[in-house]
Design a protein around this ligand. Structure first.
Ligand code: ADP
Ligand code: MG
Length: 399
């Protein structure tokens, strides 16, 4: 089996030959607090691919990054807790050398039996990883015959383990998670059913404008909320008070609104808000029944009129993509607008995808994650895929 990718094909796990010695790049970058894993979703998400390779009696070497140790060895960012959790979940011994390259690793590789798993220490203990260093990639490769990646969230990055390394292999494959992400996200890019609605929120408009520009070419309706909407509202001449605005993006926001109107894409803006005094200390929410925010306050969530307006026009969508919370969802009760949008999406009937770190956290918090068709773990990678229809790491797999 293979996944079509532009005019090429990406091979999948089924094609990995039994007994191969596999370098498996995973995203095991789990959140840690005081050395304890606070959410092991990413480890669990990697299990199906590991199990397939175990069934094929492969020799498996797993590599991942964790946090930002900035090219230095630091116990705080050791993958040891991940090795322990993986061993528990697979009920299997995991060999855990204290580095990702070098003679220690080589010795374990020489002794490795079929089905045995080695988890390498954090790739980012070496600055060479983020610098995409070729010699480092060569040292990671050593005697491995096959490269498999299931680290979807890293495929937009050109690091040694995601770029220079796979280029050294003839045999390279996508894991099950990557396959699932591509199936889901490609439905948002190609042959999507209409009406196609997009709900966009979140903070950094500069990160998201490119996605808005791309989605303008595909979607019929775009609903805007979160902090990024205030750059648009200011561009439209509204008073935004102390709400977050990126002034240098105002002209681009104007262009987007013009293009939406030229293309017949409807943009939906909030009609009411809950306000607070600051992000750090928002205080009690104050209701604002219009798009005119007092100078000393900032809008931190959308209000009920906005929600019912959005609901009315979101209903009947055949394709629906949501990225970015509607408000300061980390600080209840400013999570209300976000939770209500999650509920609307959960009960609507089209093909629904949620992507982006904070949006995924928000839908998990609302307990509605099982009600949507796909939750993209990718964050930056999923947005870049939507924007460009491809990712550097995928091109390498296909090539
Ligand atoms: P995602 O990770 O889903 O792509 P972003 O990282 O772009 O989303 O944005 C999420 C952040 O935006 C959250 O921390 C949230 O609190 C913040 N945010 C959303 N709306 C507002 C607002 N009105 N004012 C301040 N921050 C906001
Ligand atoms: Mg985020």
């Amino acid at each position: 089996m293979s996944i079509p990718y532009h005019h090429q094909h990406i091979q999948t796990l089924e094609d990995v030959e039994s007994g191969s010695s596999v370098f498996l790049r995973l995203d095991l970058n789990v959140p840690l607090k005081d050395g304890e894993i606070t959410d092991d979703t990413r480890i669990r998400a990697a299990l199906p691919t590991i199990k397939v390779l175990m069934e094929k009696e492969c020799k498996i070497t797993i590599a991942s990054h964790l946090g930002r140790p900035k090219g230095r060895v630091s116990q705080e960012f050791s993958l040891l807790p991940v090795a322990q959790r993986l061993a528990e979940l697979l009920d299997k011994e995991i060999v855990f050398p204290d580095d990702c390259i070098g003679s220690g690793v080589q010795k374990h590789l020489t002794d490795q039996q079929s089905g045995q798993i080695i988890l390498l220490e954090n790739l980012r203990f070496h600055a060479d990883e983020e610098e995409n260093n070729k010699e480092f990639a060569q040292r990671l490769k050593t005697s491995h015959q096959v490269y498999v990646t299931d680290a979807f969230g890293t495929l937009h990055r050109e690091h040694a383990s995601t770029s220079a390394l796979p280029k050294l292999f003839k045999k390279k494959y996508a894991g099950l998670l990557v396959e699932k992400e591509l199936k889901a996200l490609s439905k948002l890019v190609k042959r999507s059913e209409h009406p196609y609605s997009v709900v966009l929120g979140g903070a950094k408009i500069s990160d998201k404008l490119k996605v808005v520009e791309t989605l303008l070419k595909k979607a019929d309706r775009i609903f805007l909320g979160g902090a990024m909407v205030f750059t648009f509202l200011k561009a439209r001449g509204h008073r935004v008070g102390r709400s977050l605005v990126e002034d240098d993006m105002i002209s681009r926001a104007k262009k987007i609104m013009q293009e939406a109107s030229d293309r017949g894409v409807s943009l939906f803006f909030p009609k009411d808000f809950y306000l607070g005094t600051s992000i750090k200390e928002p205080g009690q929410p104050q209701y604002c029944d219009s798009v005119s925010i007092p100078d000393d306050l900032m809008a931190l969530d959308v209000g009920p009129k906005t929600i019912s307006h959005f609901e009315q026009y979101l209903q009947g969508s055949k394709t629906l993509f949501w990225n970015g919370p509607m408000g300061l969802f980390e600080r209840p009760p400013f999570n209300q607008g976000t939770n209500e949008v999650a509920a609307i999406i959960a009960k609507s009937s089209g093909y629904r995808v949620v992507g982006g770190g904070d949006s995924v956290a928000a839908i998990n918090q609302s307990g509605l994650a099982d009600h949507v068709d796909h939750i993209s773990t990718g964050g930056g990678a999923s947005l870049e895929y939507l924007e460009k229809g491809g990712l550097p790491g995928l091109r390498i797999l296909a090539g």
